[in-house]
Write a protein that binds this ligand. Sequence first.
Ligand code: S3P
Length: 449
Amino acid sequence: MSRQTDAARPLSSGTGRGLKGRIRVPGDKSISHRSLMLGALALGETEIHGLLEGEDVLRTAAAMRLLGGSAARDADGVWRAQGRGNGGLAEANDVLDLGNAGTGTRLLMGLVAPYPMTTFFTGDASLRSRPMARVTDPLRQMGAEFVTRSGGRPPLAVIGTASPLPITYKLPVASAQVKSAILLAGLNTPGITTVIEPEHTRDHTELMLKGFGVDVRVEETPEGRASSIVGQPELKGRKIIVPGDPSSAAFPIVAALILPGSQIVIENVGLNPHRIGLIETLLEMGASIEIENARVEAGEKVGDLKVTHSHLRGVTVPAARAPSMIDEYPILAVAAAFAEGETRMLGLAELRVKESDRLGAMARGLAACGAAVSEGEDWLAVTGTGKKPGGGAHIAVNLDHRPAMAFLVLGMAASRPVSIDDGSPIDTSFPGFADLMNGLGGSISLKNR
Ligand code: S3P
């Protein structure tokens, strides 16, 4: 099914020369969403440096303004939010349209649930097909009510509660979005709200809450890691430095690994231990990736990555690693098509419910590019020969930024060019992607329809 929009921007990429240069990728999407939300709840000003100005995050900024916050970009490129204080959100007088952003939607559903007000949410065709029961189930336990389309999908209304209840909730799926939605709901709830996660997911919410002065306790229990917050704290405005998004850095990393003659440095990449599963996997595959200048900035680990073209070998990627690289499987699958031997990726059920069914999309697209692929309900296997695959396919990306970028990277190193029906979703997370890759020596261009 193609869901190409009127404003579709078909792109193609052809075999390029080796990539060279030093770049920075745009700010981390997860951290950017959270900084705007928490900035709106703090007392005083929150300064955000390096915010991702992608469509997903700009939708969150607009939503925070509808909820009474003020987040705006100053001439110096720094975003400043004047907070309303915790508990100070106001009812939005319009529908919150979060576009393509599942993270923005789910986190905001948690944020507004403990307020006596009704908030309406919608988004694009991709967002309107995504399951929300994973968030509505725990938030109902806290006292909120919901009106949703069939299957719990948006458009939906959150009917918030004046008397929210703290809960202890064990996550049935490994999801930082669900964990964060509950912790954010806990902010305006009296008592202690606890989320237990059997598998560890990214902890940006916990780290950032601590930075705002919130008492966040994290402990290991027999059931999993328990993160608790004491409700109704005061958040103090602060300075946030958003690192480069490792999920965006993944695309130039793999492009440099598979294009002979490449050597690049990507500066200032976020290296939160819950986000580096792709780097771990690529190192196991034989990749040359060196971390330089490792440091901690505003509570998050950061470093520069030096990446050199490498001969890759297939590996098995265990299911336990999936949460730390959940957005990176599309580009890992491309790397696997250039590797020698089988790469088997396990525990991928969540890929079926991302911006599109990414497991199915990668299996179909890679097969169309001449790669040997097999797929199960929750696994994907790609077998390469160590030589470049054929390419030469036209791929429908179904409003999904990450397969879009992954197939353009494949086209940069395959025997024949690859095209995609619509590159516009790339702006949700990686504005300037094509220019940045072309600046390194890539060959991405608008395709004549
Ligand atoms: C995110 C968590 C992940 C990830 C998404 C961003 C976050 O989703 O896929 O792009 O910012 O918390 P899940 O929580 O659904 O795994």
